[in-house]
Design a protein around this ligand. Structure first.
Ligand code: GLP
Length: 238
């Protein structure tokens, strides 16, 4: 496990974008695993700027997002599909059919199984970018998650619902269920870059990266990955 502390959120975003850009240059047909949340916003801005400057070509890239709320249509402003379209997909030359976000409307388990099949057919993730929740969740793999789980439907913890309420008008509007890539497809990624911004994430980062490897802290499983880099800055996303 490689760990780097960056002095600002901007520098963290540049560094994370460097990893993604290097991967794309190295293999223009890479499969990228992507997160949502506030933390990757700067990275997505960087990637969009590099594409605009003619330095990054996404035309042969495939993407798979980590998760999606169940019950939100793709055009719902709080859906993760909408987030990705707004913050990255519409700003780079990714073909629409090459972007994948789990379905939000339909039967959760069926959609999850179909998502896993697509991911397998694409050969799995080449580079997985990850954020981390305050309780150690990865995607929506909540504490207690089964380490070998494929993509599956989950019930969100009260802590995650409260944390994500900031994106909705009231906490009641936060969906209670989601579909998430499981820890298995995440850990099968060839390379992982975990990004965390803000001193409020330091405690869980320390637990995840140096504490016991336990389902109670899903991110602790990253300790077993052979090529995982963590980028941390005390500055909150701006
Ligand atoms: C959500 C997402 C996670 C994300 C986490 C942290 O729950 N499902 O994939 O990593 O929030 O978000 P943030 O970066 O906003 O702290």
């Amino acid at each position: 496990m490689h760990f780097e502390t960056l002095s600002t959120y901007e520098k963290l975003s540049e560094r994370a974008a460097d990893f993604v850009a290097a991967q794309i240059l190295l293999n223009p047909r890479s499969v990228l695993g992507l997160p949502t949340g506030d933390t990757p916003l700067g990275t997505y801005r960087q990637l969009a700027a590099r594409h605009k400057a003619g330095k990054l070509d996404f035309s042969q890239i495939t993407t798979f997002n980590l998760d999606e709320y169940l019950g939100l249509a793709p055009n719902h402003p709080q859906s993760y599909r909408y987030f990705m379209e707004t913050n990255l997909f519409s700003k780079v030359n990714l073909p629409a059919q090459s972007t994948h976000v789990p379905g939000g409307i339909g039967e959760g388990d069926e959609m999850a199984a179909q998502y896993d099949r697509l991911l397998q057919a694409a050969g799995g993730i080449t580079l997985q970018l990850l954020g981390i929740g305050h309780n150690g969740h990865i995607g929506f793999n909540e504490p207690g998650a089964i380490f070998t789980a494929p993509t599956h439907a989950v019930t969100l913890t009260p802590e995650t619902i409260a944390a994500n309420a900031r994106f909705f008008q009231t906490e009641n509007e936060v969906p209670r269920r989601a579909v998430t890539m499981g820890m298995r497809p995440i850990l099968q990624a060839k390379k992982i870059v975990l990004i965390a911004a803000g001193e409020d994430k330091l405690n869980i980062l320390q637990r995840a990266l140096t504490g016991p490897i336990t389902p109670e802290v899903p991110a602790s499983l990253l300790q077993l990955h052979p090529d995982c880099t963590t980028l941390y800055t005390p500055e909150k996303p701006v």
